[in-house]
Design a protein around this ligand. Structure first.
Ligand code: ARG
Length: 459
């Protein structure tokens, strides 16, 4: 049979394959609540402006609430023949209230309808992402506060570089996630314009009030160009971009947790609640949550690239290609929320192991820079010379199989005669971190100040 929505022009219905490639109801039913919200705002505006009667608007309003409760209650029969969520809802509305249902689509197209629905959905996800990030930041702040004094190795090239504090390392992620938060905040503010009333592409001759619908749906204003409004998916791309950068940060941290929880590092112990065992090796406790975070992140990057590819060749305004926006964004959003929640759970539960952290901090000649700095300060040596002398001392310690603080004064004086016993005061890791009081440095007091600043910011 031909189509109820555009049957006038058609003699035959679609081929089964046409229906299969065309239908989006299998996934865009996730937009049901937003679709009904948008339709309610549209109907109220049509009545307010005298385009439909208030009786019809009231019938539409009540009918839409019935449809919504059917969908929420799981009794709604979704139909592939009706293509997408918009036509499924409208067709059911017709069954429920009859003739007035046909007036809902006045001065509207599915093009502005879907742009509006999708924006509402993405906006909610931006809010959810910001909540998830904030929760993770709070978990990291607790870790940083507890371990502001605990010493651990700081790495470059994953080689021991200089001692840092556990709190400092946790706060590095707080800074990254703080920027992620502000990126989502910026994107949300930019996208918060309402496409509804742009109609198919050119606007409408009906005397609609776009400011009214924009306000009813929580937008700051209506979009200013109807062609742009129905063709724009920047908001979804910005969501995916912000999600990708956040996800990249989660993945780096996940990678560190995988390394840190190994028997070779023992920097952290992950809780049983966020670990799994092995079916053959009884001793195993695996960091699967961290690994899956690291892996799922790829789907988010993939979605970002996929939607850019969908959009890059499309002439204005709407093309059906754009229907492919949703699954990418749905999947990316689901996996971002899951990754954020899993990371928050892991961070809340995990125990930093102070003993192994401190032992590792002291190994690998981690205070060599402190030694070189001391030569500059105490002996007024140029830094380049101090670097050279320290290098020779490291080589000496390495040949003796000991660490820098284990060298005797005579050993050191053999390399440079001016070195005196004061040098031993700078070779300890605790001293090393405490001395790095520069703003943003790793000293416990600096870390505590940053924790306090973040707590104040978050309230
Ligand atoms: N299901 C469609 C989508 O998601 C709705 C818009 C359809 N518009 C059109 N002109 N065929 O993009």
């Amino acid at each position: 049979s031909s189509n109820a929505m555009w049957g006038g022009r058609f003699a035959a219905g679609p081929d089964a394959i046409m229906e299969a490639i065309n239908a989006s109801i299998g996934y865009d039913q996730r937009l049901a609540a937003q679709d009904i919200q948008g339709s309610r705002a549209h109907a109220a505006m049509l009545a307010q402006t005298g385009i439909i009667t208030s009786n019809d608007a009231e019938a539409i309003r009540e009918g839409l609430l019935t449809v919504l409760s059917e969908i929420e209650g799981g009794t709604f029969q979704f139909s592939t023949a009706l293509e997408d969520i918009h036509m499924n809802v409208e067709a059911r509305l017709k069954e429920v209230i009859g003739e007035p249902a046909g007036r809902l689509h006045t001065a509207r197209s599915r093009n502005d309808q879907v742009a509006t629905d999708f924006k509402l959905w993405v906006r909610d996800q931006m809010d959810a992402a910001m909540q998830g990030i904030e929760a993770l930041i709070r978990a990291l702040l607790s870790q940083a506060e507890a371990g502001a004094d605990w010493v651990m190795p700081g790495f470059t090239h994953l080689q021991t570089a200089q001692p840092v504090t556990w709190g400092h390392h946790m706060m590095a992620y707080v800074e990254m996630l703080g920027r992620d938060l502000s990126r989502f905040r910026d994107a949300r503010a930019r996208m918060n314009e309402c496409p509804l009333g742009s109609a198919a592409l050119a606007g409408t001759s009906f005397p609609i009030d776009r400011h009214m619908t924009a306000e009813a749906l929580g937008f700051d204003r209506p979009t200013a160009n109807s062609l742009d409004a129905v063709a724009d998916r920047d908001f979804a791309l910005e969501f995916l971009s912000c999600a990708s950068i956040t996800a990249m940060h989660l993945s780096r941290f996940a990678e560190e947790l995988v390394i840190w929880s190994s028997a070779q590092f023992r920097f952290v112990t992950l809780s049983d609640r966020f670990s799994t065992g092995s079916s053959i090796m009884p001793q195993k406790k695996n960091p699967d949550a961290a690994e899956l975070i690291r892996a799922k992140i790829g789907r988010i990057f993939g979605a970002n690239t996929a939607l850019l590819m969908v959009m890059k060749g499309l002439p204005l305004a709407y093309s059906k290609d754009m229907q492919e926006d949703k699954e990418q964004v749905f999947d990316a959003a689901d996996n971002l929320m899951l990754a954020l929640a899993a990371m928050e759970g892991m961070v809340k539960d995990m125990n930093a192991n102070q003993g192994p952290l401190e032992a590792a901090a002291a190994s690998g000649f981690s205070t060599a820079t402190d030694l070189a700095d001391w030569l500059v300060r105490a002996l007024n040596m140029p830094f380049r010379d101090a670097h050279h002398v320290t290098g020779a001392l490291v080589a000496l310690a390495e040949s003796k199989g000991c660490d820098l603080p284990d060298l005797s004064l005579e050993d050191m004086q053999g390399v440079n005669a001016q070195i005196n016993a004061d040098v031993f005061g700078v070779l300890g890791v605790q001293n090393s971190v405490s001395s790095r009081m520069s703003y943003g440095g790793t000293a416990p007091d600096q870390v505590r100040a940053q924790v306090a600043r973040w707590k104040e910011t978050l309230g």
